[in-house]
Design a protein around this ligand. Structure first.
Ligand code: 0L1
Ligand code: MG
Length: 250
């Protein structure tokens, strides 16, 4: 059954066409959903890093879960700085601001802490994640979205800055859409501390004998609600101390 899920999601991605959530037609729990996600990694080549999702307590309560989820990132997810987002490559893109970690050292283990994450981090940067769901009308359960690689679409990252002296809980975040401020937050929106979210990821990966490598890019979790975008839009994410990033949508 999980194989069917892999094929359905693979076809949806290839044909850029939304499908009904997998759980409508097959039994799917979080464990089998991560298997469906892992099976799709082979389509993407070398991994560049990872993304966290559902990291805010508000979002977790909304969807009735008490833990985040993760997905993988590969070359096909990358948008260069200044490169417009081509909506024809996506189904229903939405943008959210992220604090992005660039790892300086390998980090793995079932008991890794946020302190260890900070010690292993080379730098942090402002990012914009473009979420895209392969499910009709963004209707899914948590296992469905895990199987769909946590709605990974594209992402763009600014220049990393050193962590020294930055309290990532306190940095202010502003999301602008077509010149209007549509959402604000602080870094603590992601699991109380973005490094705690990354530590959760490392511990979750340890269950599959995986970890973070030096150079890996980690999207530590959306800090505001995501804004839907269409051609002609411009999104700007600004994070205090980390900088500002603009994404044009075509
Ligand atoms: O990055 C994320 O927060 C993924 C969340 C998955 C649910 C959604 O697509 O909103
Ligand atoms: Mg995100």
């Amino acid at each position: 059954m999980a194989d069917d899920g892999v094929e359905l999601l693979r076809a949806a991605r290839r044909e850029r066409r939304a499908i009904p959530q997998l759980s409508d037609s097959m039994s799917l729990d979080l464990e089998s959903a991560y298997e469906v996600q892992r099976a799709q990694r082979a389509d993407f080549g070398d991994l560049i890093g990872w993304k966290l999702g559902v990291t805010s307590r508000g979002k977790q309560q909304q969807v009735g879960v008490d833990a985040p989820i993760y997905g993988f990132l590969a070359a096909e997810h990358v948008l260069d700085v200044g490169e417009p987002l081509d909506t024809s490559r996506h189904i229903s893109p939405r943008c959210e601001p992220e604090i992005v970690f660039v790892m300086g050292q390998h980090l793995a283990g079932a008991h890794v802490t946020a302190t260890e994450v900070l010690a292993a981090t080379a730098g942090v940067a402002v990012g914009i994640e473009v979420l895209d769901s392969r499910y009709t009308d963004y209707r899914f359960t948590m296992p469905d979205v895990v199987a769909d690689n946590a709605s990974a679409g594209r992402y763009v990252v600014g220049s990393p800055v050193p962590l020294a002296g930055i309290d990532l809980r306190l940095v202010g975040v502003v999301l602008e859409h077509n010149g209007d401020v549509v959402a604000t937050a602080s870094g603590a929106a992601s699991l109380g501390h973005p490094a705690a979210a990354v530590a959760w990821l490392v511990r979750a990966l340890a269950a599959h004998d995986e970890g973070l490598r030096a150079g890996d890019v980690i999207l530590s979790g959306g800090l505001t609600a995501a804004v839907p975008v269409t051609a002609g839009d411009v999104v700007v994410a600004t994070i205090d101390r980390l900088g500002s990033l603009e994404l044009a949508v075509r």
